[in-house]
Write a protein that binds this ligand. Sequence first.
Ligand code: HEM
Length: 143
Amino acid sequence: MSDVIEPLFSDVTEEAIALLIDRFYAKVRQEPVLGPVFEAAILPEEWPEHLATMRRFWSSVMLASGRYSGNPMAVHRAVPNLERPMFARWLALFEATAGELVAPDLAVQFTEKAQRIAFSLQMALFHRLARPAALAGHGASCG
Ligand code: HEM
C-alpha cells in the first residue's frame, strides 16, 4: 500500500499560495453549482490569467505583498447568475483545499480571510440597506 501523504506547508509562501489556488480552482471547475458559473464567465484560454490574478490577490491578502490591484466588488457584480447560497459552497471548498495543503493554523488564517471577504462581497452584492423613508414607514424605532 502506498498512501502518499503530502507534507503540509508550515509557512505562507508564494509557492503555497500558487498550489492552493491551482488546486482550489481545479475543484471549483468540477463543482456542480459553482463550475458552470465560472465556465460561463471565464473562457478556457482566460484561465491562466485568472489563476495568475488570484495568486496575486491571495499574495496581497496573506503576505501584504501589494501584488494585486483590482476591484473584486465590481468584478463580481458583473458575474452572471452569481447567487448568495453559492458563497457557502465556495467557502467549504476553499477550507477543504487549504486543509489539504497547509498546516492547520495556516488553514484557519486562510479560511478566516476568505470568510471576511466573502461576507463583504455578499454585503455589497445582495444587501439592501433600508432607506430612511422605508424605516419611517415602519413607524417604531428599531434601535
Ligand atoms: C459564490 C462565490 C464566488 C463566485 C461564483 C465567484 C466567481 C468569480 C468569477 C466568475 C470571477 C472572474 C470574473 C471575470 O474575470 O470576468 C471572479 C473573480 C474574482 N474573485 Fe470570485 N467568486 C466567488 C467568491 C469569491 C470570494 C469569496 C473571493 C475572495 C475571498 C473572490 C475573489 C475574487 C477575485 C479577487 C477575483 C478577480 C478580480 C479581478 O479580476 O481583479 N471570489 N470570481
